[in-house]
Design a binder for this molecule. Structure first.
Ligand code: GRF
Length: 201
C-alpha cells in the first residue's frame, strides 16, 4: 500500500483521464471541454468521433492535434469502433451534440461511462427529434418561463438515462429561439467540463 502522500500525488498529478468526445456539429462544447482540461490537467480529450466529415468539431480536432474518426452507420454498429475506442482507455465517453443514437453494443461495452448534454430540462423537451433548434423553438413557442440544460448518463433510450446535473436559465418573453440557444450554450460551456471533472474525481 502506498503511503497517503504518494497516493495523493499519483491521483492528482500523474494520472490523466482520457476522454472520447462524440460530436456532429460545430463543437463549441468540445472546444470548452478541451480548453478546460488543458488548463487543469486532470484529463485530456484523446479521440474525437464524428459522423460528419465537414463538422466544425473536426476543424477543432485538427487544430488541437487530437486524433479523430469519421464514422458511418455501419462502423458505428461494428465491433472495430469499440476496439479503437478501447485503445484510448477512456474514463468517459462524452456526447456533445452527437446526432445519432448510440447503439446498444456501445452502451453495453462502456456501461456507466457515457454521458450526454441536452439543451433543455429533461424529461421536458426530450426524445427523438428533439435536438438543437427544435428544442429551443418548442420551448419559446410554449412560452416557458424557464429552460436549461441536462447532463445525463446514456442508456438505450433517447434522453432517458439518469440525470447527473441540471442548470436553469430564464426564458424572456421577447426571446427568439436563437437568443435562447445562446444563453443555453453559455450554461453548457460552463457546466459540462465541471460535471465531467466531478465524475472523474
Ligand atoms: C448543444 O446545444 C447540445 O446540448 C446539443 O447539441 C448542441 C451541440 O452544440 N446536444 P455544439 O456543437 O457543442 O456547439
Amino acid at each position: 500500500m502506498f503511503p497517503h502522500h504518494i497516493r495523493y500525488f499519483c491521483g492528482s498529478s500523474l494520472f490523466m483521464h482520457s476522454l472520447i468526445i462524440f460530436a456532429s456539429g460545430a463543437g463549441s462544447n468540445a472546444a470548452a471541454i478541451i480548453t478546460y482540461f488543458k488548463q487543469n490537467g486532470k484529463a485530456k480529450v484523446s479521440l474525437i468521433v464524428s459522423n460528419k466529415a465537414d463538422a466544425g468539431v473536426l476543424d477543432i480536432a485538427k487544430r488541437e492535434e487530437i486524433p479523430f474518426l469519421i464514422i458511418n452507420k455501419q462502423t458505428l454498429n461494428g465491433t472495430l469502433l469499440i476496439e479503437q475506442m478501447n485503445d484510448y482507455k477512456p474514463s468517459l465517453i462524452v456526447l456533445a451534440g452527437f446526432m445519432w443514437k448510440v447503439p446498444a453494443s456501445i452502451v453495453l461495452a462502456f456501461h456507466g461511462k457515457i454521458i450526454n448534454i441536452h439543451p433543455a430540462l429533461l424529461p421536458g423537451y426530450g426524445g427523438k427529434g428533439m435536438y438543437g433548434h427544435h428544442v429551443h423553438n418548442a420551448v419559446v413557442s410554449a412560452k416557458e418561463k424557464e429552460s436549461g440544460i441536462t447532463i445525463h448518463y446514456v442508456n438505450e433510450v433517447y434522453d432517458d438515462g439518469n440525470i447527473i446535473l441540471q442548470a436553469r436559465c430564464p426564458v424572456q418573453a421577447k426571446d427568439t429561439p436563437d437568443e435562447l440557444a445562446t444563453r443555453i450554450h453559455r450554461l453548457e460551456h460552463f457546466y459540462y467540463p465541471r460535471a465531467i471533472e466531478f465524475l472523474l474525481s
